[in-house]
Design a protein around this ligand. Structure first.
Ligand code: SF4
Length: 118
């Protein structure tokens, strides 16, 4: 099985091609012009992860929501669960930049942190 993708590790955006066996094991990756592209291709086929950005509702703040992000990339398959957890959360002001607003969101080992103060 062959899978094509664009490397998003830098603005060049090399076109990558990955050969997989029947069980999804990566056999080879091509099209990359550096090692980061090979790692991206393998990770994207075996454990794709993404940063998640959103907002959390705030009680007593100057605005009704505060912007947040994951402290590290999370598994792509956990995105909807993490968004649901974020949507269900309400925090109290004051909030400082970098405050952990949800610890270990959905058992990912990753925190949801504030990206602004409120
Ligand atoms: S393979 Fe290397 S040069 Fe190409 S887009 Fe990825 S990081 Fe950039």
């Amino acid at each position: 099985m062959k899978r094509d993708m664009i490397c998003v590790s830098c603005p060049i955006g090399c076109a990558l091609s990955v050969e997989l066996d029947d069980k999804g094991k990566v056999l080879s990756a091509s099209g990359n012009t550096c090692k980061r592209g090979e790692k991206y291709a393998i990770d994207e086929c075996t454990n794709p992860v993404r940063m998640l950005t959103s907002t959390i509702r705030v009680n007593g703040g100057a605005l009704p929501v505060v912007p947040v992000k994951t402290s590290k990339p999370i598994p792509k398959g956990k995105m909807f669960d993490c968004m649901a957890a974020i949507n269900n959360e309400v925090v109290d002001a004051p909030i400082k930049l970098g405050d952990v607003l949800i610890s270990n969101v959905c058992d990912t080992g990753v925190d949801i942190v504030a990206t602004n103060e409120m």
